[in-house]
Design a protein around this ligand. Sequence first.
Ligand code: TYD
Length: 337
Amino acid sequence: MREKVLVTGGAGFIGSHLVRFWLKEDPSVVIVNLDKLAYSGDLSRLEEVKSHPRYEFYKGDVCEPRDVEEAIKGCSTVVHLAAETHVDRSLLNGEVFFQTNTIGTYCLLEAARKAGVQKFLLVSTDEVYGSRKTGFFKEMDRLSPTSPYSVSKTAADLLTLSYAHTYGLHTMVTRGSNTFGPYQYPEKVIPLFTAKALSDEKLPLYGDGRQVRNWIDVEDHCRAILHVLKKGKKGEAYNVSTPFYLTNLELARRILRILGKPVSLIQRVKDRPGHDRRYALSSRKLRALGWRERFRFEESLRRTVRWYRENKAWWKAIKEKSAEFKEYYAKAYAGRV
Ligand code: TYD
């Protein structure tokens, strides 16, 4: 029996990996990808599956009830990834974050409820907890988001869980840590630093570079999403994290080492306002369901950096040809460097 599922934001970074991975893993799944192709949505990420018999693309907006109602028809499951995700952008203009992330999630939940969808999973973020100096956040801890981005995701996250409580919809949330891999938009730190290093340009390290992030390979993240979808309980949130913690300074050094470039390429620049110092999650609850990451950080980082070296055309097209990217970059780094 075939099962039709809706993936929103399937032309995005994690979304496109999820679409490809899921099609490969599960021969019974038919995937409808709803994506409005905003600045970071890119169908070239899905080139290899565009004619796949179990894949359909629907261009539309999660905030537009008509688009959502059309795309959700016949779907028993929704995995919601469509979102504005870049903290620095949210500091320049937060409004679109509340529109897409918060209102968009509301529209989608409403459509899912009306369509009688069986399972709804929101891909949320570790940023909903905010920062902590020591220890690890658990799912029941208080949420303390600190940027327009993370506040908009927190609203979506809690709203999603409320639909289980109020309407009995089988909703679940995954709170993932910093994800990386091929095809990530080059405004995020790993592709940005890699692209800079490959062009022998300076790597703009914010502040003292001692902020700590937890890193997960995009494929391990996708596996976690599918695991929660299968085994997770209604109305529950699951942290998705790994044992791999790194300061941004160490991350920059490792990228340079892999590429054989000098550490003198690291340039300290003005810090991000309100920059969260350390993200740290306990993933015990997810591990108790049987999930484990498969990749070691160093191996994934090497593979990822190699991919950017071998696929320069993909990110160069964005950096050099996209007026939007240039405008964003000029604004975001003005007064920093
Ligand atoms: P980012 O990839 O934007 O993810 P997030 O803010 O969601 O964690 O940034 C990861 C870390 O890298 C974060 O601590 C900010 C830092 N950073 C830099 O030092 N320089 C940069 O140019 C960017 C984009 C990020």
